[in-house]
Every structure is written in C-alpha cells, then in structure tokens.
Write a protein that binds this ligand. Structure first.
Ligand SMILES: NC(=O)c1ccc[n+]([C@@H]2O[C@H](COP(=O)([O-])OP(=O)(O)OC[C@H]3O[C@@H](n4cnc5c(N)ncnc54)[C@H](OP(=O)(O)O)[C@@H]3O)[C@@H](O)[C@H]2O)c1
Length: 243
C-alpha cells in the first residue's frame, strides 16, 4: 500500500510514518523542511526496505497543495491511504491575531487538509482506500485561547463528517481521530492540565485501525469522557476555566 502522510516530519506524523514503514507501506512524506524529510525518507527506506518519496512545501503559502502532492506521487504506486496529521497552533491566538496570522492558521489546519483530500479523492475512491484526519480536544468547546485553531479543527471535523455522509465505508473509509494532548512540538514546554500521550502509542492505534470502517473517535479513548464533561459544564462554570 502507498500512504501519503502530510505533516510527517515531527510528532504524530513522524510516528505514523515510522509505523507505516514498519508495516511495509511505501510512503510520500510531506512537510515544510526539505532537509528533515530527506533524512527521514532515506532512513525509513534503509530500515524497512520501503519506497519513500518526499515533498517539501509550505502549506501556509500554497494555493493548490493537492496538485503538488499529485505530482510528487508520480514515482510511486497509486495511493490507498491519506493521513493528515498536519497542524499548527500559536500562543498569540487569543483574539488579537492580525489577518495574516489568521490566514496562516486556517491555511495549515483547514484549507490544506481539505484541498489535499479533494485532490486525492479520485485515487482513494479507485483504491477503495482510507482517509484519516486529526481533530483536537480544543475543538470540543470554544474558549478564549487557541481561538482560530479550535475553529479550524471544528471545521475540519465537520468536513470529515460530510465525507463520511457522502461515501459508504466499502467505497472509502473516512476516519477522524479527535486527539487529547500529545507529547510533541505543539505542546513543548507547556504546563498541561492532563497527561499527554506519546505519539508512537497513538500512531500504533491509528495504523492498526486503518482497515476498520469509518468512524469519529477520541484518541486516547478516555478523552471522550473529558470532552463530554467539558461540554456538559454549565456556561457560568466553563467560562471561569482558564487552563
Ligand atoms: N500536540 C497536541 O497536544 C495535539 C493535541 C490535539 C491535536 N493535535 C493535532 O494532532 C496533529 C499532530 O500534532 P503534533 O503535535 O504531532 O504536531 P507537530 O509535532 O507540531 O507536527 C506538525 C507537522 O505539521 C507540519 N507543518 C506545520 N506547518 C506546516 C506548513 N506550513 N507547511 C507544511 N507542513 C507544516 C510540520 O512540518 P514542519 O515542521 O516541516 O513545518 C510537522 O510535520 C495536528 O493536527 C495537531 O493539530 C495535537
């Protein structure tokens, strides 16, 4: 199987790429830094004897990232899996961001995943393949931090719901993992109120689920209870929560 991993250079994306290669899948690795990707592609090829290609692209500045990915897939068999663990958040996403910052967050967290999904959809449907998106606990309820990021993640969740509505699992498996905290660049140095999962553990679960049908689920699963609690809190209590 050929899998495309967008956001493959660190955190969950890197762990997914390793797990997919370990399972014998050819890979197209996508992120912004060409040197990181080249080293990773060479390492995975050597360790697991899979074919690896890479594409360095700034998803905040590309109007049509799907076309670039289709070009980069040229040397590989047609893709059967698209995984989109790309993401970016900013500490100043508190309602004070200027238009350029808002555009950057929307481009990376919402526009790029949707545009790439649309471009690869015909090939994924041909292959009766799987598309995998990643949301965030931040999208469970709107707060005064990570404002644009959370809006983008909730938008992405709705997009995946629409995909799932439009395609039977026998034609396209549509899988959406809503993630709690992960130990990665995104949370580096942050004081977190709940434990962070290791990207490698989450990646093993995600890859093991690729053959299952379509679903939306929390990852790790206990975050579903946290989300339920947060959503059930009366507004006057929720409004006081700052961490
Ligand atoms: N970490 C958490 O606690 C947490 C919680 C909930 C949900 N999530 C979600 O889980 C997913 C994985 O998160 P993570 O913590 O593993 O993130 P991460 O370690 O920061 O990795 C993000 C990936 O996205 C790529 N990326 C970011 N901006 C890009 C750009 N402009 N152009 C191209 N690639 C870009 C990065 O590549 P470059 O470095 O090369 O730009 C990197 O490969 C994301 O969707 C995130 O929103 C994370």
């Amino acid at each position: 199987m050929t899998a495309v991993v967008v956001g493959a250079s660190s955190g969950l994306g890197r762990a997914l790429a390793v797990e997919l290669a370990r399972n014998g899948h050819d890979l197209l690795l996508v992120a912004s830094d060409a040197r990181d990707l080249a080293v990773m592609a060479a390492d995975l090829h050597l360790r697991y004897a899979v074919r690896t290609e890479s594409l360095a692209i700034d998803l905040a500045a590309s109007a049509n990232p799907g076309a670039r990915i289709l070009e980069a897939l040229d040397g590989l068999p047609s893709p059967q899996a698209l995984l989109l663990p790309v993401g970016m958040s900013r500490s100043d996403d508190d309602g004070s961001l200027a238009a350029a910052g808002i555009g950057q967050l929307l481009a990376i967290n919402l526009h790029a995943p949707i545009a790439i999904a649309h471009a690869l959809l015909p090939a994924l449907l041909d292959a009766r393949g799987v598309i995998v998106g990643f949301g965030s606990i931040a999208g469970a309820r709107g707060r005064s931090r990570n404002i644009v990021y959370a809006a983008a993640k909730r938008g992405l969740q709705t997009y995946f719901e629409s995909l799932r509505h439009g395609h039977l699992p026998s034609a396209l498996r549509v899988q959406f993992h809503r993630l709690g905290f992960l130990r990665s660049n995104l949370t580096f140095g942050m004081k977190l109120p709940l434990p962070a999962a290791e990207p490698e553990a989450v990646a093993r679960t995600v890859v093991a689920s690729l053959g299952q049908g379509s679903f939306t689920r929390y990852q790790p699963r206990w975050w579903g209870l946290v989300a339920l609690l947060v959503q059930c809190l009366p507004w006057f209590v929720f409004r006081r929560m700052r961490d």
